[in-house]
Design a protein around this ligand. Structure first.
Ligand code: BES
Ligand code: ZN
Ligand code: ZN
Length: 468
């Protein structure tokens, strides 16, 4: 789908179809037909009137989300026709929502289908009276953001046999080449030499070597330094604490945090952000086998802390522990350190499958992150640490346990585990994003089709855009 911003008198602009988003059919030219067809001004209600070349879609609130859902619904209808071009009048509509809704809503992943849908050469013209610099910027930025989301979705949707740590590292190299980023890839020898035993042990039973990926975007006169760390479990079988069959399917999605970091890194140069940004991913496969790490093992993380393994399925926090230490050891003068992970089922239970859980030590930074997330079109909510939950991950024989001694508050106890690997000077600069809920969509919602959603990408780019 090609999408254009066109300066023209709307009536004069030639297109085969016209898309009309409406929250009130009383004000439409086709009120009578729409009424007789039972059309309602509701999200996802859509009608194609082919004879007169119009698609009507309902919208409930006319906010970002309603507009994005409406345009995505209209585009799907448009895609199902043989018409080549459609136009929409921007008027009061939100341009960001139109662009992102179009690109995100028309995404499909059919790499593994024998009969691939033919990509018809269709185009959408967004018509404005006058193209101002502001409109043009919004248009271009929204396009880059949505493309980064779709890139992330493609990675996450790829089957684990075709996407293991080495492949993830190769994709990182490709992104680095395209965007002129620095790219360092470290293998298991490096992990061993540098005391990254927590990460190393998680990948021990896999035939695929674990990789630490480090991308750097360093523009001249950078205002701030941001580090993004992603959980890149290319597969999470649970390890010896093996997942039940029903819970194992979809665990290719456990690389979503790492893929989000790569997706974000693919956009930062294009968006010309005046910030130094590091993207670090722990790419590992959690498998079973004779050499697997075990419950009862004690691992020594990069910062010297000892970890009692009580459940090999709580592996993400082990990988992140070492990656967070690596980031803080290697990068000086960090302003923000954010991590992204499909870390806990508990977060999905707690806040639902649409929302990311935002954790950290600074209430004001959490507020800022949540507010940018909502602004970007993603759902996120702040979850509060407390001293009592902090005590639940104490271990009798090591410094800390990878499993809490309570059944409750699992998203928070995982976040608190990570806090043990955040150095004193970075405590208030750190945010943990648990994206286990929204990262992978099993029942399509809004403009998200089945499969990966690209959670984390839009909210982070929005945050980065607004760094002062
Ligand atoms: N990757 C899973 C978490 C997950 C669950 C991601 C659902 C996406 C959807 C993680 O590694 C895991 O298995 N966590 C355990 C932790 C437990 C053993 C403390 C969980 O949530 O059950
Ligand atoms: Zn797990
Ligand atoms: Zn996992």
């Amino acid at each position: 789908m090609k999408i254009n911003l066109v300066e023209s008198d709307f009536e004069k602009l030639k297109s085969e179809l016209e898309i009309i988003i409406t929250d009130d059919i009383e004000n439409t030219k086709d009120k009578d037909i729409l009424e007789s067809l039972g059309f309602e001004e509701k999200d996802e209600s859509v009608i194609l009137l082919p004879e007169i070349g119009r698609i009507y879609v309902g919208c409930e609130d006319c906010d970002y989300e309603s507009i994005a859902i409406a345009i995505s619904t209209a585009i799907k209808k448009f895609n199902s026709t043989k018409f080549k071009s459609a136009k929409i009048n921007l008027q009061e509509l939100n341009l960001k929502a139109l662009v992102e809704g179009t690109i995100l809503g028309s995404y499909s992943f059919d790499n593994y289908k024998s009969n691939k849908k033919k990509k018809t050469k269709q185009e959408l013209n967004i018509c404005v009276e006058k193209i101002t610099e502001e409109l043009e910027n919004t248009f271009n930025i929204s396009k880059e953001i949505a493309k980064a989301v779709n890139k992330t979705r493609d990675m996450v949707n790829t089957a684990p046999a075709d996407f293991y740590p080495e492949i993830m590292a190769n994709i990182a190299k490709k992104i680095a080449k395209e965007s002129n980023l620095d790219c360092k890839i470290k293998g298991e020898e490096y992990l061993e030499k540098n005391g990254m035993n927590a990460m190393l042990n998680v990948g021990r039973a896999s035939v695929n070597e674990s990789k630490l990926i480090h991308l750097t975007y360093k523009p001249k006169n950078a205002k701030k330094k941001v580090v993004l760390v992603g959980k890149g479990l290319t597969y999470d079988s649970g390890g010896l604490s093996l997942k039940p069959a029903d819970f194992m399917v979809t665990m290719k999605c456990d690389k979503s945090g790492g893929c989000a970091v790569l997706g974000i890194m693919s956009a930062v140069a294009k968006l010309d952000l005046p910030i130094e940004i590091h993207g670090i991913v722990g790419a590992v496969e959690n498998m079973i086998g004779g050499d697997a790490y075990k419950p009862d093992d004690i691992l020594v993380a990069k910062n010297g802390k000892t970890i009692e393994v009580r459940n090999t399925d709580a592996e993400g926090r082990l990988v992140l522990a070492d990656c967070l230490c690596y980031a803080q050891d290697e990068i000086e003068g960090i302003d923000y350190i954010f991590d992204y992970a499909t870390l806990t089922g508990a977060c999905v239970v707690g806040v639902g499958q649409y929302t990311s859980g935002i954790m950290g030590n600074s209430a004001s930074l959490k507020r800022e992150v949540v507010s940018h997330a909502l602004e970007s079109g993603e759902y996120a909510t702040s979850l509060p640490f407390n001293r009592f939950l902090r005590k639940t991950i104490k271990s009798e024989i090591a410094d800390i346990s990878n499993l809490a001694n309570t059944r409750y508050g699992g998203a928070l106890t995982a976040g608190l585990f990570l806090d043990n690997f955040i150095y004193e000077e970075n405590k208030d600069k750190w945010i943990h994003h648990d994206i286990a809920g929204p990262a992978y969509v099993e029942k399509p919602w809004g403009y998200n089709p089945y499969g990966a959603s690209g959670a984390g990408v839009r909210m982070t780019l929005e945050f980065l855009k607004n760094i002062k």
